[in-house]
Design a protein around this ligand. Structure first.
Ligand code: NAP
Length: 332
């Protein structure tokens, strides 16, 4: 396992692979199995992963509850919890709405601490920008939690550089969480160079592009119930085969070049980025993490990055990003 640290905090020696627990929450992923989820979290810790990323919105509290159950008897200083704030499902229509008001953050932190069975959160991240709340109000509230010791680092997810610059006038930002993987590089040119320059750590989400980069899918793969991949444009018949072809070609290249698998490549590709980063690997069954064995002990060169890009460009003629995931703003 390789490690990183978060600048201007006491968070040292964080594994560069974190467990992502959205699917463990069940909703948007066709359901969950609590026992299996807890085994997955324990297996992650056994493998040396010491960062667990969750959010209240995942399963509407269920993911945080499962994480809380899994970690309750484990020494608290042996792992880091990254959770989020600002998606509100109280309207009861099945959707989550952006809500970064002071009132909502101060309520949500108490709910998260209770579900997680802990008295502090290591990395507390604003899940999505909220156009209806002044960034100043959100930032000052986050700073008050940092000053009170309830959280140890402030993060923002899905924020633009401009929004980050405004936030930083009122509170520090230690981490950013954008979607980022071999197929989704929208944040390559602006956010990530900015974050590097500011010594922020990047927590990359969708590291294996919702399973696409696992190498286990075929163009005929089907997803159950409310699984978000049923709505994800990459997984629809007009684009899915081209992505599958790219995965096959990338898999062949990395096998021949390094004797590694495509899933190891997907994670290595993130860890070798020129910024302190952590790849969030979403898993809900213990064995899904076993491929972590292939992640360490090798490095991608600049030439490799170019080769990977040319393979993707050869097969994916109509690339599409993860924008379909963006939750709605509230209406006043
Ligand atoms: P991901 O990590 O790209 O993909 C996760 C899915 O890939 C798993 O649920 C699993 O799907 C499949 N998978 C994992 N390991 C596999 C293996 N060895 N073989 C075959 N399939 C495998 O996507 P993600 O979970 O969306 O992203 C990672 C984490 O980032 C999330 O869990 C969450 O913590 C965070 N995230 C944050 C945001 C945000 O707005 N901040 C948004 C999205 C995600 P199956 O179980 O169905 O096979």
């Amino acid at each position: 396992m390789e490690y990183t640290e978060i600048d201007k905090t006491n968070l040292k020696k964080l594994s560069t692979v974190a467990l992502g627990t959205w699917a463990i929450g069940g909703s948007d992923w066709g359901g969950t199995d609590v026992k299996q989820s807890i085994s997955t979290i324990h297996h992650a810790l056994d493998l040396g992963i010491n960062v667990i990323d969750t959010a209240p919105a995942y399963g509407r509290g269920e993911s945080e509850k499962i994480v809380g159950e899994a970690i309750k008897n484990i020494p608290r200083d042996s792992f880091y919890i990254a959770t989020k704030v600002g998606l509100d499902w109280s309207k009861g229509d099945g959707l989550v709405y952006r809500n970064n008001t002071k009132e909502n953050i101060l309520k949500e932190i108490e709910d998260s601490l209770e579900r997680l069975q802990t008295d502090y959160i290591d990395i507390y991240q604003i899940h999505w920008p909220d156009p209806l709340t002044p960034i100043e109000e959100t930032a000052l509230t986050m700073k008050s939690l940092l000053d009170a010791g309830k959280i140890r680092a402030i993060g923002v997810s899905n924020f633009s550089v401009e929004q980050i610059e405004t936030f930083k006038k009122f509170a520090p930002i230690h981490t950013v969480q954008p979607p980022y993987n071999i197929f989704e590089q929208d944040f390559k040119n602006e956010l990530l160079p900015y974050a590097k320059n500011e010594n922020m750590t990047a927590l990359y989400y969708g590291s294996i592009c919702r399973g696409l980069l696992s190498g286990r899918m075929t163009a005929g793969s089907k997803f159950n119930g409310d699984d978000l991949r049923n709505a994800d444009p990459k997984f629809q018949p007009d684009r899915f085969p081209s992505y599958i072809n790219a995965v096959e070609a990338l898999g062949k290249w990395v096998k021949e070049s390094y004797g590694k698998s495509i899933i190891s490549l997907a994670i290595r590709w993130l860890i070798d980025q020129p910024i302190s980063g952590i790849a969030l690997w979403g898993a809900r069954r213990p064995e899904q993490l076993d491929a972590i064995e292939g992640v360490g002990g090798w490095k991608l060169t600049e030439e490799d990055y170019k080769t990977i890009e040319s393979i993707v460009n050869k097969y994916v003629k109509e690339p599409v990003g993860p924008e379909f995931m963006a939750p709605p703003a509230r209406t006043l």
